[in-house]
Design a protein around this ligand. Structure first.
Ligand SMILES: [Fe+2]
Length: 330
């Protein structure tokens, strides 16, 4: 299925020019998209001055799809250079896009980063990496990246994810399934709202995986808010065989429903997919990486939205496996 499956918010040429020029100016002034506090300060000041069209386009997700595609920005395929062989070698490639994503993220809320992931950078490069083909992380390729809540193991996880597409010659689809489209019995919803199992840190967090300080907290998978259910789901890192049979059966029915409502979005260069991480689980279909500089390349930013009440209050007591989110609070 093409991006027709996702609502599109089109940026007009004026908004595109405003964003692009602002990003280039900031980058020229600070020198690198890894410039840290100085970059974030400049982004925060500039984001507040962006025009009404951009502010409107960045309004919260407002349909049960739980996501939208911002369209209109472009990528100079020759200018951005080859797809890096791993996030670690991406450096400043397509750095103006890092700044663009940070500007959009700052209009939506507070960008976050993780000390333990991609060296604390606020924008991650998602590229296939040799040797990681079969992992359940963004560096994989040959396997289905199962639908998951981003950073589900952590109470400080993002409310919103931004996936900016730099290159996707093979139209490799991102998958997305919204809890607001799922049909579950009241009994299943009740079972899944109980804190029965933990969600363990994923393979992108080597340090958190060796955390032994305290017991992993048991967390609910579903949470009812006044606007409908929200979701915290990552089966690849949930020890399901430790749960009673009735819970496992309810979890399996949720998984089947998420599969039924899943949409596949093949992003095009310049598209920014915005996913509400409380409503939607995302994944990626398998593909064959070439490692010749032309592979799929996304950039990802994560956002916390101040004042949101979409999660159980008990999350505040979780230890987060020793990881802490770095929040760009200016
Ligand atoms: Fe993810």
């Amino acid at each position: 299925m093409p991006t027709g499956a996702a609502p599109v918010r089109q940026l007009d040429s004026h908004a595109v020019e405003e964003l692009t020029e602002t990003a280039h100016k900031i980058l020229a002034d600070v020198g690198s998209s890894a410039a840290g506090p100085e970059l974030l300060r400049r982004v925060a000041t500039s984001a507040g001055r962006l025009g009404e069209t951009i502010q409107q386009a960045c309004r919260p997700v407002d349909t049960d799809d739980g996501l939208y595609v911002l369209r209109g920005l472009s990528v100079d395929d020759g200018g951005i250079g080859p797809t890096p062989g791993s996030w670690a070698t991406a450096g400043d490639r397509a750095a103006a896009w890092d700044v663009t994503l940070l500007l959009l993220a700052t209009v939506m809320g507070h960008p976050i980063a993780w000390e333990g992931q991609q060296e604390g950078r606020f924008v991650h490069n998602i590229v296939p990496a040799p040797g990681h083909e079969a992992e359940q992380t963004g560096a994989s390729s040959a396997v289905l990246l199962s639908p998951h809540t981003e950073d589900a193991f952590h109470p400080g996880r993002a409310h919103l994810l931004l996936l900016g597409c730099m290159r996707n010659h093979d139209a490799v689809a991102t998958t997305a399934a919204s809890i607001r489209k799922v049909r579950l019995s009241a009994g299943d919803a009740d079972l899944l709202a109980r804190p029965v199992l933990p969600i363990l840190p994923d393979d992108a967090y080597a340090e958190a995986q060796s955390f032994t300080g305290q017991e992993p907290p048991k967390v609910p998978v579903l949470w009812q808010t006044e606007n409908g259910p929200t979701l915290r789901y990552d089966p690849a890192y949930t020890p399901l065989d430790e749960a009673p049979a009735d819970y496992r059966a309810a979890y399996d029915r949720l998984t089947a429903e998420l599969k039924r409502v899943s949409v596949a979005v093949a992003l095009e260069p310049g598209d920014v997919l915005v996913v509400d991480n409380d409503l939607v689980v995302h994944g990626r279909v398998p593909f064959t990486a070439r490692y010749d500089g032309t592979d799929r390349w996304l950039k990802r930013a994560s956002v916390r939205v101040p004042g949101r009440r979409s999660r159980p209050l008990a999350e505040a007591d979780e230890h987060g496996y020793g990881q802490s989110a770095l929040v760009a609070l200016i």
